[in-house]
Design a protein around this ligand. Structure first.
Ligand code: HEM
Length: 150
């Protein structure tokens, strides 16, 4: 899995270098939508699977790809947050709330992706799903504000 992740990051890095900030914003949103869809598909795959062992394996593989895509997009977000902080001299409250919740969500997700089995319980995964949806919705709102749509 780590080898596949490295390839993803390399491909992402090459693409990112050639894009403008507003193109990156759209690219990042697309990555986030695909990541969320993969996470949801990962949960459905587990529910639909007849064999528990096979279901868990599929669930893990699909969600790990989604998590990797999200990390790629968060590189852009961290850069955008950095530009906004040095540009205004302060952190916009919405970015602070979204970013902090995002870091917690990614940290909890990292425990699953790196197979910390004591954390891989249904309860924590449900909490992660709710957190992820909340952070995604907050980020989408940020996107609409920054791009001037609302
Ligand atoms: C699970 C983790 C996260 C999710 C699901 C998420 C989701 C999103 C989404 C959907 C957007 C709007 C589209 C886009 O620009 O990509 C966004 C924007 C943004 N996010 Fe996140 N985010 C996460 C973590 C973070 C973290 C850790 C930070 C801070 C370091 C952060 C800072 C931002 C900023 C500054 C924007 C606005 C970027 C811009 O439009 O220029 N996000 N986020």
């Amino acid at each position: 899995m780590y080898k596949i992740d490295s390839v993803w990051y390399l491909v992402g890095g090459v693409i990112i270098l050639g894009l403008t900030m507003s193109e990156l914003r759209v690219f990042s949103l697309i990555l986030q939508i695909v990541a969320l869809l993969l996470i949801i598909i990962g949960f459905i795959a587990l529910k639909k699977s007849t064999s528990m062992k096979e279901g868990i394996s599929k669930h893990g593989k699909i969600i790990n790809v989604g998590y990797s895509l999200a990390i790629l997009s968060v590189l852009y977000m961290a850069y955008s947050a950095y530009l906004s902080i040095i540009g205004t001299g302060s952190i916009p409250p919405l970015v602070l709330v979204h970013g902090s919740l995002g870091i917690i969500t990614l940290a909890l997700g990292a425990l699953f992706v790196t197979n910390r089995w004591s954390w891989k319980s249904k309860r924590y995964m449900r909490i992660e799903l709710v957190l992820w949806l909340a952070v995604f919705l907050g980020g989408t709102y940020l996107y609409l504000v920054i791009s001037g749509a609302i």
